[in-house]
Design a protein around this ligand. Structure first.
Ligand code: SF4
Ligand code: SF4
Length: 473
């Protein structure tokens, strides 16, 4: 009978204190290919985030989420609450792109482009500027308070607050045009809404990137929790090559050396601990894949530096798949990856189609809910309709309103409607008919709204003209 293998757990690892005080992680500075890659990824993201609110498109901010008007302007397009399906589609697409990337390359989103990581690295840079390198920071933290310590800590928090303030300003600038927001702050004339969100985002950035850092990824981020279920043996992960590195041991590797206690020939890991000191989440990758690992490859760069110094091949810690580490062939394409790729293409195609077929005009026609019809007297029946026309385009238009399906009627309502860009016009239309001209108690009619400004666009709305049966026969 098969038995579940039992693993011996070391005595000191049996209990984990969930309320333990956070140990500060002093990350060591390092150089390397993946560090450069992260810097290259972070700069465009930061520049895009901070500068986009200053871009103007036409006579307004290029990206502006105008919540009071319920309109989202993204360059030449304006999205209305009616376009919610598009937004849902976009979120579903983003989720599937993330799944696809995760199956292929693990948590590279976390390591290179997640705002939490990007801002944490910006904050760490400010910390290094104010307090010095890793050793200087550890020493400073262990010292009692002095004028020098106070000055360095104050400078660090000042820099953190400045970055947080800029981040909050840019964020709120997507909702209140930033060129209006800055003078409002300058003149102490902020509204309650703007003041609250500025304070909230300032505090959130300061706390998350300055104080909580890896705890956000470890305890708060849901993605960190479920991403491991998407991994398979062909997913690229940061791995320590145990076969090559173990048994680890200090000492030069110029000649073969053996472990004093076991007599085994030592592997390539010189047990320098540099891979641990550069890790922003404070783990030791040599213990295997851990859910805290954000795949930032800092340990890869750091270990490569060590390997080069001791004249050993780089790659003791590297991006590799489980298959490759076990000596099998690297398989780039897996059925799961193909599945996600198909889903991404299908959703992107549907979204593009929906976006392409999106009309700048939207017409809604509602019958009067109070009364099906009104008997005006002398055999005249009246039906009332509410017509709502939304101009989602960027130009003002004049639209003409027409009616087909009935003859010999009296029309009261607008025959032409003028609409500014991104506005809504509402009108009441009443149709009167004499019973002698009505053939059916329920006659289908069609309202048409035409605009020559949008390439002879014609929008139609079906409705009914209702009359009392007893007066018709
Ligand atoms: S940096 Fe490399 S050599 Fe040093 S402890 Fe880590 S894995 Fe071993
Ligand atoms: S173990 Fe390596 S890849 Fe993972 S978070 Fe730490 S430094 Fe980054």
């Amino acid at each position: 009978m098969k038995q579940i293998p039992i693993k011996q757990i070391e005595a000191d690892k049996q209990f984990v204190d969930l309320y333990a005080k956070r140990e500060a992680i002093h990350v060591r500075a390092y150089k390397g290919f993946y560090r450069n890659l992260r810097v290259l990824a972070a700069w465009p993201l930061l520049l895009a985030y901070f500068l986009t609110p200053f871009i103007t498109w036409g006579n307004r901010q290029a990206i502006w989420f105008d919540l009071p008007q319920r309109q989202f302007h993204i360059f030449g397009l304006t999205f209305w609450p009616q376009d919610f399906a598009l937004l849902s589609g976009l979120l579903i697409l983003a989720a599937f792109v993330l799944f696809f990337v995760t199956v292929f390359a693990g948590r590279i989103w976390c390591g290179y482009s997640c705002p939490q990581t990007v801002f944490t690295y910006v904050f760490m840079r400010a910390e290094r500027l104010a307090e010095g390198n890793r050793n200087a920071r550890i020493k400073l933290d262990s010292e009692p308070m002095s004028f020098t310590k106070f000055r360095k800590k104050a400078l660090k928090h000042f820099l953190w607050l400045m970055i947080s303030a800029a981040t909050a300003l840019a964020f709120v600038g997507y909702f209140t045009p930033i060129r209006e927001l800055i003078p409002l702050i300058y003149n102490f004339n902020l509204g309650l809404w703007e003041a609250w969100w500025l304070a909230f985002f300032l505090a959130a950035t300061y706390i998350n990137a300055g104080w909580m850092r890896e705890q956000v990824c470890t305890y708060m981020c849901p993605y960190a929790r479920f991403q491991s279920v998407m991994f398979d043996s062909n997913t690229l992960i940061v791995t320590y090559d145990e076969k090559r590195g173990e048994p680890r041991g200090k000492g030069s590797r110029k000649e073969q050396i053996t472990d004093e206690q076991t007599g085994e020939v030592l592997g390539d890991c010189v047990d320098c601990g540099v891979c641990v000191t550069v890790c922003p989440v404070g783990i030791d990758i040599r213990d295997g894949l851990q859910y805290e690992c954000i795949s930032c490859a800092a340990c890869v760069d750091a270990c490569n530096e060590v390997m080069l110094r001791i004249n050993k091949p780089t790659g003791l810690i590297r991006y590799a798949t489980e298959n490759v580490i076990q000596g099998n062939q690297y398989r780039l394409v897996s059925p799961r990856l193909i599945g996600y790729a198909i889903a991404v293409c299908a959703i992107a195609g549907l979204l593009a189609l929906q976006l392409f077929n999106r009309h700048p005009l939207e017409v809604n026609l509602i019958r009067d809910r109070q009364a099906l019809y009104r008997d005006i007297g002398s055999g005249v029946i009246e039906n009332t309709y509410y017509l709502k026309i939304s101009n989602k385009g960027q130009q003002h238009v004049t639209v003409s309103v027409g009616l087909t399906g009935i003859d010999y009627y009296t029309y009261t309502g607008p025959s032409e409607v003028y609409l500014e860009a991104n506005t809504i016009a509402e009108s009441i239309i009443s149709i009167r008919m004499h019973v002698n001209n009505i053939e059916l108690p329920n006659t289908p009619i069609t309202f048409s709204v035409k605009s020559s400004s949008y390439g002879d666009l014609v929008m139609t709305q079906e409705s009914r003209f209702i009359a009392p049966t007893e007066q018709l026969y």
